[in-house]
Write a protein that binds this ligand. Sequence first.
Ligand SMILES: [Zn+2]
Length: 360
Amino acid sequence: MTSLAQQRTNRTENISTGQSSPLDTRYSRQILFRGIGEAGQRKLAAARVALVGCGATGSALAGLLARAGVGKLRIIDRDYVEPSNLQRQALFDEADAAESLPKAIAAARKIATFNSQILAEPKVEDLIPSNVEGLLEGMDLILDGTDNFETRYLINDYAVEKSLPWIYSAAVGSYAVTLNVLPGQTACLACIFPDSPSGIVETCETSGILNSAVNLVASIAATEALKLLVAGATAPALRRTLLSFDVWTNEHAEISATQPRPACRACGVRDFIHLAGEGRPHITLCGRNSVQIHERQRPIDFAEMDRRLQPHGTVRHNDFVLKFWHEPYELTLFPDGRAIIKGTTDTAVARSLYARFVGS
Ligand SMILES: [Zn+2]
């Protein structure tokens, strides 16, 4: 992916040889906008943004920022594309779903088709305490495209500890909510939600989601990201509130986030329990009847695994995922040994299937 994107970049640069500016007309309308300008566009080109989760909100954020010319987008996602994603996950198409492509790979491929001048770096991984440093290090900004508070608290702990800005974004049903976390200036996620707000987390499976709520929250968060990358984390134009908007009822609210809570576990006491926490051995994914297992980190030989599983059900694989159907379960295996088992929310059942078919 990277090398292909790089080749395309080189080709584009060769074509534009002779121009004094490395910026072509691609960004002309954005440069005309007073808040960005030529200097702002150069800052965007030099910016490094990590996007954690590339589902609906993540797709919309990645699409907006890639088109806006953010120079490096690291796209971290643990999941693969399915037909039910296509209603709202704007970077994916039917071919991606048919191939069960990992979302990070599919997103980077799609981005390369509309902006080959930036680097979209796919990471097919679940962000956990043991890899958070490696995946988020060296970034200027972290964006939230996740679907769970466990990962958000991990991002929050990392960002607060490193004094790195991040933007919380969530959408469920017709409801969208977002917060800029500017360490040292504003409240952090743990100031506002010391514990997971169970209402938001639990309705995601039952309330469905409107694609317009997703696009609204992504538009607001992407614009805040542009302000931050162009004018810095102290820019007055940055919003310092928790903003919520229901696109169905039109109810909206803003809660001031200018005051960090002194007793906050993360930014007050600086007790980073999520950063120090142990990796999660298995997780029930949101919105699906499935369990993720990543207890065993080891490379899987897909060709060999395919042969081994043939007598037990239907198997197919590509370079990125192996899928195995053993009624009523569907097992999706990644090259690093991580698996998503669909058809159960019982971690014991999932673990036993994994041990039986993949190895313990
Ligand atoms: Zn805090």
